[in-house]
Design a protein around this ligand. Structure first.
Ligand code: TRP
Length: 455
C-alpha cells in the first residue's frame, strides 16, 4: 500500500474496515445517551432539524476535510499541520484538539461507567417491576454515590487504556465490524416496542413535529456542538484515522456513509426513547439520566426484556469503548510524538491524568455538587466547553485550512486518488468549507454566547 517514503504505518485492511472504525468512533454515547437527552432539554423536533442542517452543511464537509488532511499527510493531527503548513501556527489547532480530547474523555468515562453498572443491574434483575419514579431515584442514588460510579469509571478507563496500549487499529477494526451492526439491531427491536406503547404518538410528535419558537441561542449552539461531538469532529480524531486510509479509498463516499450511519443511529435511539418517555410520564427535559431512566421501563414491558436489557447495556459499553479509544488516541499520539514519550508511557500518563479528572466529574454529581461555575458542575462544564466551544472552534480552523490554505487544486489531487472527482460536487465542497461552514460557526458562536441576537 502507498506508504511512500514515510515510516511504515498501519493501513486499514478493507473498505468496510475504514467505515467500521470511523463509524465506531462516531457512534457512541453521543448518539444514544447525549442526543436524546439534549433533544429533550432543548424542546424536541426543532432542535433535531437544526441539528440535521448542521450535520449536512457543516459536519459532512468537515469530516471530509479531516479525512483529506489525514490521508494527505499520513500523520497525526500535529504532524499533519506541521507537514502541510511548515513553520506556521496551524499546529495550534492540534493543541486545541488535545485539550478537547482530554476534557471529553474525562466525563465520557463517567457515563460509560454508568452503562457498565447498568449491565450489572440488568444481570441481577435490578429493573424488576420498578415504576418510572423508582427507576429515577435508583439512577440518582447511584450516580450521586461517592464510590461505585467511580469504580466503574476507572474500570472503563483501564479497558480504554488497555486497547490503546496494544495499538488501536487491530482492536477496533476487528470488533467494531460485527458489534456495531448488532447494536443497531437491538435499537430497532426497542423502536418497535416503543412505538407500539400506549401514548407513543405524543413522543413521535415531540421528536418530529417542530415548533421553532422553542429554539434558543443556547439550543442552536448546542445543536452545532453536538453535530461535532456526534461525528467525532473538530479535534483530529478523523485526521488520525484518515492517515490510516489507503489511497484507493473513496473519501467522499466514506464520509457520507459514516455521517448517514451516525445520524440514523441517533434518530433510531430517539425513536426508542421519546415514545417511551411520554408513555411512562417521564419528563423529556430530565437531563443526563433520560436514557437510563426510560429504557429500563421499556425492557420491563417486552418479551425477552431481561435478555435484551443485558445485551443493550453491554453493547452501549462497547460502543462507548470504540469511541473512547479514538479520543484517548489523540492525546497519546501527541504525548508520543511531541513529548517523545514511549507509547505505553504516553498511554499511562494520559489515561491516568484523564481518569483523575473523571473522578472529580463523577463526584460533581453528588458530594461536590455545590462547586459550580456559570451554574454548571464540573461534569456539565467540561461537556459544555469541549462540545460547544472547542470542537466548533477546531472545526472552524479545519474548514479554513482546507478551503483557503490547501485550496481546490490540492484537495482535488488528494480526492482524485480514490475516486473520479465530480467537478460540481468538488465546487460545492470547497464553497462549503471556504464560506458556509466558517460563517455559520462564527454566527452561531456569537449568537449562542449572547454577543448579539437575531431577535
Ligand atoms: N462521537 C463519539 C460519540 O458520539 C464521541 C467521540 C469520539 C468524539 N471521538 C470524538 C467526540 C472526537 C468529539 C471528538 O459518542
Amino acid at each position: 500500500m502507498s506508504n511512500g517514503k514515510l515510516p511504515v504505518r498501519d493501513v486499514f485492511s478493507s473498505k468496510f474496515g475504514v467505515i467500521a472504525a470511523a463509524a465506531g468512533s462516531a457512534v457512541g454515547l453521543g448518539n444514544i445517551w447525549k442526543f436524546p437527552y439534549i433533544t429533550g432539554v432543548y424542546g424536541g423536533a426543532a432542535f433535531l432539524f437544526v441539528y440535521l442542517g448542521f450535520i449536512a452543511l457543516i459536519g459532512l464537509p468537515i469530516m471530509l476535510s479531516e479525512l483529506t488532511i489525514g490521508r494527505k499527510s499520513k500523520r497525526n493531527v500535529f504532524g499533519a499541520f506541521k507537514f502541510l503548513a511548515p513553520g506556521s501556527a496551524w499546529k495550534l489547532v492540534g493543541v486545541l484538539g488535545v485539550s478537547a480530547a482530554a476534557m471529553i474523555l474525562a466525563f465520557y468515562g463517567v457515563v460509560a461507567g454508568w452503562s457498565i453498572d447498568y449491565v450489572a443491574k440488568a444481570v441481577s434483575g435490578g429493573f424488576g417491576t420498578k415504576s418510572p419514579a423508582e427507576m429515577e431515584s435508583m439512577f440518582f442514588r447511584f450516580i450521586e454515590s461517592p464510590v461505585s460510579p467511580i469504580l466503574y469509571q476507572l474500570f472503563f478507563m483501564v479497558m480504554t487504556m488497555g486497547i490503546v496500549f496494544v495499538g488501536v487499529k487491530d482492536g477496533i477494526e476487528k470488533y467494531a465490524k460485527f458489534l456495531m451492526p448488532l447494536l443497531v439491531l437491538i435499537i430497532i427491536v426497542l423502536d418497535i416496542r416503543a412505538v407500539t406503547l400506549k401514548g407513543a404518538m405524543e413522543g413521535l410528535r415531540f421528536l418530529f413535529n417542530p415548533d421553532f419558537s422553542k429554539l434558543t441561542g443556547d439550543g442552536i449552539l448546542s445543536a452545532l456542538g453536538h453535530a461535532f461531538f456526534s461525528l467525532s469532529l473538530g479535534m483530529g480524531t478523523l485526521v488520525t484515522y484518515g492517515s490510516y486510509v489507503d489511497d484507493k479509498n473513496n473519501l467522499p463516499l466514506t464520509a457520507l456513509q459514516v455521517t448517514l450511519a451516525d445520524t440514523a443511529i441517533a434518530i433510531l435511539a430517539g425513536i426508542a426513547i421519546f415514545p417511551a418517555v411520554f408513555a411512562f410520564g417521564i419528563e423529556p427535559s430530565s437531563g443526563p439520566g433520560l436514557v437510563f431512566i426510560t429504557l429500563p421501563n421499556v425492557f420491563q414491558q417486552m418479551p425477552g426484556g431481561y435478555f435484551f436489557s443485558i445485551l443493550f447495556f453491554l453493547l452501549l459499553t462497547v460502543a462507548a469503548l470504540t469511541s473512547s479509544i479514538s479520543i484517548l488516541e489523540v492525546v497519546v499520539a501527541y504525548f508520543q510524538e511531541e513529548l517523545n514519550l514511549k507509547r505505553h508511557v504516553s498511554t499511562i500518563v494520559a489515561g491516568v491524568l484523564i481518569a483523575i479528572v473523571g473522578v472529580f466529574c463523577s463526584l460533581s454529581m453528588g458530594v461536590l455538587k455545590e462547586f459550580t461555575l456559570f451554574n454548571l458542575n464540573l461534569f456539565d462544564l467540561l461537556d459544555w466547553i469541549s462540545a460547544n466551544l472547542l470542537l466548533p472552534l477546531g472545526g472552524l480552523f479545519i474548514a479554513l485550512f482546507v478551503g483557503w490554505f490547501l485550496g481546490r487544486k490540492r484537495v482535488e489531487e488528494e480526492l482524485a486518488k480514490g475516486a473520479g472527482v465530480i467537478p460540481w460536487l468538488l465546487s460545492v465542497f470547497i464553497f462549503l468549507v471556504k464560506f458556509i461552514a466558517p460563517g455559520a460557526i462564527a454566527i452561531v458562536f456569537l449568537h449562542g454566547l449572547g454577543v448579539f441576537n437575531f431577535g
